[in-house]
Design a protein around this ligand. Sequence first.
Ligand code: 5RP
Length: 246
Amino acid sequence: SLCRSFKASSESAPVDPGVQVSLKRAVAKKVVELIKPGMIVGLGTGSTASLAIEEMGKLIQKGKLKDVVGVGVSYQSRVLARQFGVKTADLNDVNTIDLAFDGADEVDSSMNLIKGGGAAHTMAKVVDTMAKQCVVIVDQSKIVSELGLTFPVPVEVLPQAISAVLRKLVALGGVPEIRSALRKDGPVITDLGNMVVDVRFSEAIKDPSALEKEINMIPGVVENGLFIGVANSVLVATQDGDDIQV
Ligand code: 5RP
């Protein structure tokens, strides 16, 4: 199996931002080694997946990955794919995804994830669950012993239902906050035209699978960023002294 076993507690360590970029690049280079000619590849979003799209483009330019097609989970990944010379198709034009790679905001030792830092988790969940193989690529800072302590759960919400959904999220014991854009006055709007609510819980999430379903049962919720049983393997880049290992 491709699954790298890791001990959550020993590898979860903050990394220097300069080093973190090298870790992301290392894991990006590693994941593109799994792509074979003719594959339909799910292209994740975020800074780590973006590096993998770039590395994939480099291999294609060298003539190494004939007839590979990418299916982007976001506007960002589709634009990057075109920029780096990766041919793209719409999800509705393909019947299968052979391999999907994607980043994550938190990964626990059962390979459950929190995603959605880039507000693209709804389509990421569709593409990643459809893939025959979903490979998550992270640096060591994303490894946690329990989900929900450092990163809130992103929830994509229909704008027309925002107040009703906020009340239900509070009733579930969460502290929801509407995600706002950094340089604009107003909420973040997803590729699908919805809002994102980041929900913090006072404790670690004890039953992520139950919470994933409970949140999605709230009318007006489109999808949440808990990815339970979606990843087939996780590649983790770690720093060991000056050495970077994946
Ligand atoms: C986007 C995501 C990203 O994969 C996640 O935020 C990780 O991003 P990065 O690789 O930049 O840390 O879920 O919705």
